[in-house]
Design a protein around this ligand. Structure first.
Ligand code: TRH
Length: 400
């Protein structure tokens, strides 16, 4: 493998924004490195993609953004006439709905399939031992992850595919994190004006901007519909301070309409339109308390270094509760925080309110904040996922 490998990332959007959210961050982090050549990101749903990355043209067949080429992975991909009729160079306008050039199917040095999505057959048939093939798995803090990380599995044609598990410990593949992320976060958090102008640009009223300036709390909510949102709003209303709840569009519609009837003067909800990933990070950095979900917003809330409540993606047989318990066991959080997080995920409003109200009191809240800051610093001592992935691939290429 070259010292500056080319990389293909394959992404199928199963549900929501997490699949593409993780792949887009990974693609950008790899492309930003000097030890990486071109990165291609194959995605089957450009509409979801464009919501978190407005520079993506949802009508295009492929599009080049700096070192990254985006390729629409649809049913026609690999259809032989499609490839034969294609132009030799990818020199067509970004938005043209045309066939892919034949060379698109020449595999890169490193082939990453996100979450076991398996690249298309015509691409796979061109792969050989020259490629390092990775299955980037979902994030989990469960202990079995350590023993499975890096294991190969035999594939047709004698190829090997390696399981690459993100994680929270040294024995895993780590977490996505740009090298300068925590420094950028610190600069942002030290500049209150940046946060206020961001909130203003999202339509937050002058009255609430003033209240925030005067010390009101900002809670950011990006949760699944099952979360006991009404209980959260009631708990915030019972707290001493004013709170602005900033909510992603489409989240908690039912709770919001129910809430209007019992409006409390110290709590308001502001719904924001979808923003790009970098702005999303800034929202998490700007908030005093973050409610996040799934995988990518979860990791970004950890890096925000602020108190947070995580809601893992709901799974059958309550497997998400096992995921949550495993992560809580690794975390530095005390029993009260763990109780609040469990109640949030068990959709138990009264239990959640009973657990969270004491945590919102000034002393408990500032303790929670210190724990969150400390944990983000601790986790940032591990090598980030993109670095670990490249190191792993370089090692495998020497031994294969
Ligand atoms: O959208 P999600 O619920 O995605 C989920 C999970 O990843 C889950 O593990 C997976 O199995 C399932 O999809 C299929 O939550 P997540 O992971 O936080 O992804 C949301 C992405 O959307 C994240 O990259 C942040 C981004 N985002 C923005 O860029 N702008 C926004 O305004 C908002 C609200 C989100």
């Amino acid at each position: 493998m070259s010292t500056s490998p080319s990389i293909d990332i394959f992404c199928k959007v199963v549900d929501n924004y997490g699949d593409i959210g993780v792949c887009w961050r990974l693609a950008r982090q790899l492309a930003a490195r000097s030890d990486c050549a071109a990165v291609r990101l194959w995605v089957d749903d450009f509409d979801s993609f464009a919501r978190i990355a407005p520079e993506v043209d949802p009508a295009s067949r492929w599009q080049t953004l700096g070192k990254i080429t985006l390729i629409r992975w649809d049913a026609t991909l690999g259809d032989p006439p499609d490839v034969r009729e294609a132009p030799a160079q990818a020199s067509v306008p970004a938005s043209a709905a045309v066939c892919l050039p034949a060379e698109a199917l020449v595999p890169a040095d490193i082939v990453i399939e996100a979450f076991a999505c398996t690249p298309p057959a015509p691409y796979l048939s061109r792969m050989s031992h020259r490629q390092i093939w990775i299955n980037l798995e979902y994030l989990s803090a469960e202990s079995w992850v350590e023993s499975c990380h890096g294991l190969p599995s035999m594939q047709a044609g004698g190829l090997r595919k390696f399981f690459f598990f993100p994680g929270f410990t040294e024995a895993t593949g780590g977490l996505l994190r740009e090298p300068d992320l925590l420094a950028r976060r610190d600069t942002w958090q030290a500049a209150p004006h940046a946060r206020l102008s961001l909130l203003k640009s999202l339509g937050v009223s002058d009255e609430w901007l003033q209240r925030l300036q005067a010390g009101a709390r900002l809670a950011y909510v990006f949760c699944y519909p099952e979360a006991p949102l009404t209980a959260l709003l009631q708990a915030l209303a019972a707290a001493e301070s004013d709170t602005l709840v900033l909510m992603a569009n489409g989240v908690g519609r039912e709770a919001l309409s129910a809430w209007t009837g019992e409006h409390a003067h110290n709590v308001a909800v502001h719904v924001h339109k979808f923003v790009d990933q970098d702005t999303f990070d800034q929202l998490l950095w700007s908030s005093d308390l973050n409610f996040v979900r799934g995988e990518d917003s979860f990791v970004r809330a950890i890096w925000a270094g602020r108190p947070m409540i995580w809601q893992p993606y709901l799974q059958e047989d309550a497997l998400h509760l096992e995921k949550l318990a495993a992560w809580l066991a690794l975390s530095p959080y005390p029993a009260e925080v763990k109780r609040a997080m469990l109640a949030w995920n068990r959709q138990n409003g009264p239990e959640f309110a009973a657990a969270v109200v004491p945590l919102l009191a000034p002393e408990a809240f500032s303790r929670w904040r210190k724990e969150a800051q400390g944990w983000s610093r601790h986790l940032a001592r591990h090598a980030d996922l993109a670095t670990q992935l490249l190191t792993f691939c370089a090692k495998q290429s020497q031994t294969s």
